[in-house]
Design a protein around this ligand. Sequence first.
Ligand code: ADP
Ligand code: MG
Length: 391
Amino acid sequence: MSEVRSVFVDEGVLDINYIPPRLLHRDEEQRILQAMFNFMLTAPYEMSQRAIITGGVGSGKTVLAQVFGRWLKVEAKRRRVNADYIHVNCRELRGSLFMVLRRVVKTLRPDFPERGYAANELMETLMQLLDEENTQLLLALDEVDALIENEGSNALYDLARAQEVRPNAPRRLSLLCITKDPRVFKKLDSSTLSSLQRNVIQMQEYGSPQLASIVVSRAEAAFRREAIPLEVIDYIAELATHEHGDARYAIDLLWRSGKYADVAMARQVTPEHVRKAAAAIFPSLKEESIGQLSLHEKLVLLAIARFFRHSTAPHASTGEVEQMYRIVCEEHGDEPRGHTQFWKYLNQLKSLDAIRIKLDASSQGRTQLISLAKITADDLEREVLRSIEQK
Ligand code: ADP
Ligand code: MG
């Protein structure tokens, strides 16, 4: 075999979880975060704070929080102040407060026992641990909409009140909520809401030149020199600009284009590789968003796809989807879950770009209407099936 050559020097830089050494074009947002949470460094344990980061898919919400968290930890150490930052993705944790708290406690104490605790006990445990270490925690709740959809108002309320129930004790817990959909906060009761809404960072969409510089800096670290011409990078940025300035899409496109170049054993990435890559991605329903779903959420999604493959109606009712869900479960040799649970799964799917769910006005709120956006039923079915088989 001949020597395997690649256009990449370090693909890892294009990984979805990679945190770059620095952020571009987000200086102001970083300064606002620093100002909001500065008290953790200058007046530790005297205050706690809550804030929201909101903005479209790929506008850099997650990476902004993580880069800030990294800075906070370094800065705290430098000033000999105890401060920790923990980032959890609520959707990956099924929107469950219990799972969120368990993840946080496990991060602080890796040897913490798995079983035998309820959510409210974990909440107390968390505060105890912070007391024991005499530290303060900035907890970033990424995709917090999943938590609110699943738990209602209570989860955030409980988290926010963990402090208030101990009025004279040191302040230990601050919250940074991240969501692409600020409408979800409407579900909160007014006191929880008002304490959050004072601090909102709204991320603007990236324009084409901004995306280009983000893509250039990532490409420089990921590709061999000369392996990707500047005009190809610009082309990728242009495509991503059309996807509402989605930087995640841009970086995914960069990676896939490189993969196609490697498969073709080309020395350079060409526009044709980019077009191939673009044709392979559904910007509206990226794989990782399906990958994050639980098996039964995927089965509900499959039921939706199946319904529309066999129907000419633009909308499906919840009843129709539930019926199809039972059939799909049977095919997959899995016991269908009950009605209440089915509704919860359906609610979790609301956050996907490809699914629209609205109330049926004629049913007095008992039925929801489901439709597909930006994706064909065929494509959706194929993607979900692939994701189920991968697991
Ligand atoms: P969101 O959470 O808003 O959907 P992410 O934070 O996941 O978006 O960003 C998507 C991708 O783009 C990530 O790989 C991230 O590292 C990168 N990215 C976004 N904004 C910037 C930026 N300002 N500078 C460098 N990389 C960025
Ligand atoms: Mg994100």
